[in-house]
Design a protein around this ligand. Structure first.
Ligand code: FEO
Length: 167
């Protein structure tokens, strides 16, 4: 059985993961409208991953005897100044999410909830991977500058494949 306070924290995380999904969906849609198909696909895939994170929390709360709540969501921004901006914002957002996951983990430690600590390890590893992956993209964008967006847009999906160990 999960504690009430951990249940509340995890339900707040359900909302944050769902918002992340919508935020990346909005960025995907913006990129698609700008003609950046590769960047759009990258963010569409990211939106799916965040939805999967949300579902993981929903199911875990319920499995541990809590009650998962499906939240109303704040509307994400629909317009962005440029490609670099959306990746910078993504990194900032992922760092915030990492901090929130760490807070939940800290609560699980304080409560001696070893099962929750074990379960949360997946998210800790996932956050590390997500931050690293967005940082690598930003590094590439910094090298390329504002030019060569056509090439960047063409190459970005293969960068995603490399990070997920695909060929
Ligand atoms: Fe689910 Fe990207 O944090």
């Amino acid at each position: 059985m999960i504690s009430k306070s951990l249940e509340e924290l995890m339900n707040e995380q359900v909302e944050k993961e769902a918002f992340s999904s919508n935020l990346y969906l909005s960025m995907a849609s913006w990129a698609e409208n700008q003609g950046f198909e590769g960047i759009a696909d990258w963010f569409y895939a990211q939106a799916e991953e965040e939805r999967m994170h949300m579902l993981k929390f929903v199911r875990y709360i319920n499995e541990r005897g809590g009650k998962a709540i499906v939240p109303a969501l704040e509307k994400p921004e629909a317009d962005f100044p440029n490609v670099k901006f959306i990746f910078d914002e993504s990194l900032k957002h992922e760092k915030y999410i990492t901090g929130e996951i760490n807070n939940i983990f800290k609560a699980a430690v304080e409560e001696n909830d070893y099962a929750a600590q074990n379960w949360l390890q997946w998210f800790i590893a996932e956050q590390f991977e997500e931050e690293t992956s967005v940082q690598r993209i930003i590094d590439k964008l910094n090298i390329m500058g504002d030019h060569n967006m056509y090439i960047f847009d063409r190459d970005i999906m293969s960068m995603r494949g490399e990070e997920h160990g695909e060929q």
